[in-house]
Structure formats: C-alpha cells, structure tokens
Design a protein around this ligand. Sequence first.
Ligand code: 13P
Length: 256
Amino acid sequence: MGRIPLISGNWKMNLNHFEAIQLLQKLSYELRSHNFDSVEVSVHPPFTNIRSIQTVIDADRMLFKLGAQNCHFEPSGAFTGEVSPAMLKKLDVDFVIVGHSERRGLFGEANEMVAAKASAVFSHGMVPIVCVGESLEERENGQAEVVVEAQIRESLAGLKRDEMSNVVVAYEPIWAIGTGATASPSDAQEMCSHIRSTLASMHAPAAEKVRIQYGGSVNASNVNELMSMPDVDGALVGGASLEAASFARIVGYEDA
Ligand code: 13P
C-alpha cells in the first residue's frame, strides 16, 4: 500500500491568468503546510495560465504540483493550435490529464490517441492522469465495467513496465461530471477495485502502486466518504476546485 493520495483541481476552460493567480493565492492562504504532508495537490489551469502559475508557485515556494489538462503526443511540428509535452515540461509541469471525457466526447479522442499521449507525457518526464469512465446509458445497460476495462487496457497499451506502476488513473463516470450526481462511495469503490484488478492483469506490480482518483461532482461534503474507500486514492475535482475555500476543504478532508 502506501499510496499517497493525489487531489487535483481541473480548472477546465475557466479563469484568465490574473484570475488564476488570484485563485492560487487564495488557496495557498487557506491551506497550511501540514495539508501537504500526507496529500499531493495539483492544479491544472488552462494553457494560457501555466507560465503565470509556475512563476507564482516558484516565487512563493508553494507546495502545489503543476498540471496541464491535455497535450499533443508529438514533441513539435505542424500541428496548428496544439501544445507539446516538451513545452509543458519546460514549464515544470508535473502531471498532464489525458483522455478526459470532455476530450473524448467533444474532440473525438479515442483510446489509441489517449495511449499515444500517455506515452508521450512519460517520455518527457511527466506523469499522465489517464481518465476513464462510462456514460449513463452504458451504466444502465450493465456495461460500465466492460467499457471501463477496455478503456484501461487500450489507453495504457504501450506503456513501459515502470510507467505502468507510475501512471495515475482517474475514474470519472460521465453522468457524474458537473451534474451534482456523485457516484456513491460503494459504486466508486467497486469500479476502482475493478480498475485495480485490470491493472494487475496487465502488470502485476502496478496494481498496488497506481493511484486511482475518483472524479465527478466531488465536493467538501462527499470527499471524506469517497476517500475512505480502500481503492480510491484521490480526487479529480472540476467545479469545486474553482472556489478556494471549497477546494481547500477538499484537500484538507482529513481535518474534517
Ligand atoms: P466536476 O467536479 O465539476 O463534476 O468535474 C469533474 C471533472 O470532470 C474533473 O476532471
């Protein structure tokens, strides 16, 4: 065991760089250094804010890890509008979310592309947070486990053995994202446990090491119960990460 929980704030397409700095400073004010003793915390601003956030983290010696929300899989080239993993690494980015359901659903990213991105993130010395999750229809048809298992197998295909142990997986059921309809702790646990068995079948040592986050309407009131589940090792937070006080309460869930 010994997995250090990872709580990540996915700011999505919100906040300009002034607003992003303000949020980070408020968050830093709300948290105490002991909050970082037992939990890792990453913030994932839009690309235009990463440089500003990096500078503030660095200047004020903040303990936040820096994250991105996406990247391309090539290191450079004629890919208009894209941002490469090499560029993110140069800004001291630690974690890159890949395969978020909004990227899969709205921008046509399939498992194969997610796999290429996850490998590229690792090969540039960062850690991918690979997102998986079923739709409401898939859950109602009893296909949730089959769908998520296929996403795991295909999105992590091509990772090297050591990478398999270091990847972060985020289980985000699509029906729970931005809806207020959080998965029950037992449903979250059941799927995270299934993900861990799938990982074990792919590379046995990975199973006990990989951190599996739950995401989907996580807030200060439900985080504690979700985090008490044995296979839930963190949270990927959207809406509630945009408000300093609520994200601080999520990060400090152990104090509640
Ligand atoms: P919400 O927390 O707003 O439901 O978003 C979850 C999410 O998509 C995080 O990546």
